[in-house]
Design a protein around this ligand. Structure first.
Ligand code: SPD
Length: 608
């Protein structure tokens, strides 16, 4: 090979390495004995075995397979029919009609996703398995049309004419000549549709309701509580299976013999279906289900297992990381949740919009254990709609050895920490601290437009220093050493402090906000009685204490607090001393200014 050739080869190798190195690292780490990605402790299949025992992952895999199978059948039939129609008939404005079919391939997924949600809401269709299947059919059809149409372009029509000359009718010709000749393309289209469906995250996350969590949604929700080797294992399997299916589709499309394509297709399907067949059973038919929609890092699976065992039910959990995400789901009107977890100001918004189910306080005897200081608050007088669940402060956690002592929000604007700063991805929280830092002394509940615009400008100044905006696993990012200072919520930082003594938490001297998160039952919840049982369960002193110990957010339950070990009860990040409480302000409903907060925050995030 000459020098030019080997140079090009090296260049190609580097490009491939750039493309595939992250995937190779992920696959390698899925066999790492250690939980930590930082050190290799030996080869193991343990994470793959653990995966098989993870009921939630297995359930998500089943859902993905059902959705992929049904949507593939429909999109293949409809897509093939459309491709044949375009091939055989000359329509008026045929080119435009055909282009319309290809549109979903180029339209941004986010546009398809939000328009689907609007359509389903207009049709009063509850978000769930059906809406996911409909959405997947809608985006897969285009791919089937394109693949089959490409094959038909080179199709020899004289074969059909010969069949007809020999007396075959149109149907017979279709079955005996056209379809067999197009079979490789139809199969390729079907495999493509299957792989796309198994893989889709964006559209599915919009149109999925409770009980329709697919594998990509499950993986993402697991990632939000920290990347574990189990996630690496499931991602590797998913990657391998979809790559094999796409390879089979590609071979078929290139006209390779069916037996050559059968191996990758069969292996890909087996990889997906294997765990499906071996894994534990799904929720039993007819079993009662509680659908819980809650912040990530807010309840441990062990606590949910206790509720399941006590009530003989199954709990489906979906996670979110902002009040805005919760509001959007409930406002769309077709979510299927029994219990949700809005912050106090979101309760006020939901109450105004009549989106919450009135509580039957006689079914909540454990409310008596809650500290009266947290009851009958302005956002929900008389606790007619919600019960307090957790509270906490917003502050900065930092790596002492890297930053030295920190006591001011201004540290998050210091150029020496460029690229080492994490901010919450939350309109109220980020604009809130920018308001506190402004010279005119605004509070975190400011509604004045000029003040808010100034706060936005301050966030724009800070943006080049910020490594990431993250409201989910900000504690993990700090623990991993990727950032040195992080704005975030107290509970997760209290956990991080226990894991790494180099981490400190402070509520800055300028003051800060605190939040009070509630549990509530949405209007139209499928099972409000079970929802009440759950609310009462989490207010049992032992359970409330367990939740506080596992999650480290602050419990408003007086009886539970008495049960906590001193290390938690006296932890300054979990139950701050009076001087800290004196400088924090509860985030309140800001009424019409809510929209302005959202708009300004979007402008900050989208600015270059
Ligand atoms: N990961 C759980 C965090 C809960 C924080 N809720 C409060 C939000 C107030 N803006």
């Amino acid at each position: 090979m000459n020098r030019r050739g080997s140079g090009l080869g090296l260049f190609a190798l580097l490009v491939y390495l750039f493309l595939y190195a992250p995937i190779l690292v992920l696959a390698a780490l899925s066999f790492n004995e250690s939980r930590s990605s930082a050190l290799w402790e030996g080869f193991t299949f343990a994470w793959y075995l653990k995966l098989l025992q993870n009921a939630q992952v297995m359930q998500a895999l089943r859902t993905s397979l059902i959705v992929a199978f049904v949507s593939t059948v429909f999109s293949t039939v409809l897509g093939t029919a459309a491709a044949l129609a375009f091939h055989r008939h000359r329509f008026r404005r045929g080119a435009a009609i055909e282009a319309l079919f290809a549109l979903p391939i180029v339209v941004p997924e986010i546009v398809i996703a939000s328009s689907m949600v609007l359509l389903f809401a207009a049709l009063s269709l509850r978000l769930g398995l059906l809406t996911v299947v409909l959405a997947h059919v809608a985006f897969s059809i285009s791919y089937v049309v394109v693949v089959v149409r490409a094959r038909l372009a080179g199709f020899d029509r004289t074969l059909e004419e010969a069949a007809m000359d020999l007396g075959a009718g149109p149907w017979r010709t279709l079955w005996t000549v056209t379809l067999p000749l197009c079979a490789p393309a139809i199969l390729a289209g079907a495999l493509l549709a299957f792989a796309l469906s198994i893989d889709d995250y964006v559209i599915t996350s919009f149109v999925a309701g409770v009980g329709s969590t697919t594998l990509p949604l499950q993986i993402y929700s697991m990632v939000r509580s920290g990347v574990s080797p189990e996630i690496n294992a499931v991602s590797t399997l998913l990657l391998l299976a979809t790559s094999l299916l796409l390879l089979a589709a590609h071979l078929l499309e290139r006209g390779k013999p069916a037996r050559l394509c059968a191996a990758p297709a069969g292996l890909g399907l087996a990889l997906l279906a294997g765990p499906f067949l071996i894994g534990g059973p799904a929720a039993a038919a007819g079993e009662k289900v509680l659908n819980l929609y809650i912040w990530s890092n807010y309840i441990a699976p062990e606590t949910l297992a206790k509720f399941e065992a006590r009530h003989g039910v199954k709990v489906n959990v979906d996670l979110y990381d902002s009040n805005e995400a919760l509001l959007a789901k409930l406002q769309a009107g077709n979510a299927n949740y029994d219990v949700v977890c809005p912050s106090n100001y979101a309760v006020a918004i939901l109450a105004r919009q009549e989106l919450l189910h009135p509580l039957d306080l006689t079914a909540l005897p454990n409310l008596a254990h809650v500290d009266p200081a947290f009851l009958d608050r302005p956002h929900d007088p008389g606790n007619r709609l919600s019960i307090p669940y957790f509270w906490g402060t917003t502050g900065i956690a930092y790596r002492k050895s890297r930053t030295g002592p920190i006591d001011s929000w201004a540290a998050l604007w210091e150029p020496r920490f460029k690229g080492r700063i994490l901010m919450l991805d939350d309109a109220r929280e980020t604009l809130g601290i920018a308001l506190l830092l402004s010279r005119d002394g605004h509070g975190v509940n400011e509604t004045d437009e000029r003040a808010l615009r100034q706060a936005k400008e301050l966030l724009l100044v800070q943006k080049p220093l910020v490594r990431t905006y993250n409201s989910a696993d900000f504690d993990q990012v700090l623990l991993a050493g990727d950032v040195w200072l992080a704005q975030g919520w107290s509970g997760q930082f209290a956990r991080a402090m226990d894991e790494d003594p180099d981490i400190e938490y402070v509520v800055p001297k300028e003051g800060s906000s605190f939040f009070l998160d509630s549990l509530a039952i949405p209007r139209g919840a499928p099972n409000p009685a079970l929802g009440h049982a759950f609310l009462d369960f989490v207010m049992e002193p032992e359970i409330a204490a367990e939740i506080c110990m596992t999650m480290r957010y602050s419990t408003p339950n007086r009886a539970a607090r008495a049960l906590l070990p001193a290390a938690i009860r006296d932890h300054p990040a979990i139950f701050p001393p009076p001087d800290v409480m004196n400088r924090v302000e509860l985030l309140e409903d800001v009424g019409d200014a809510t929209v302005l907060y959202d708009r300004l925050w979007t402008e900050v995030k989208s600015a270059r």
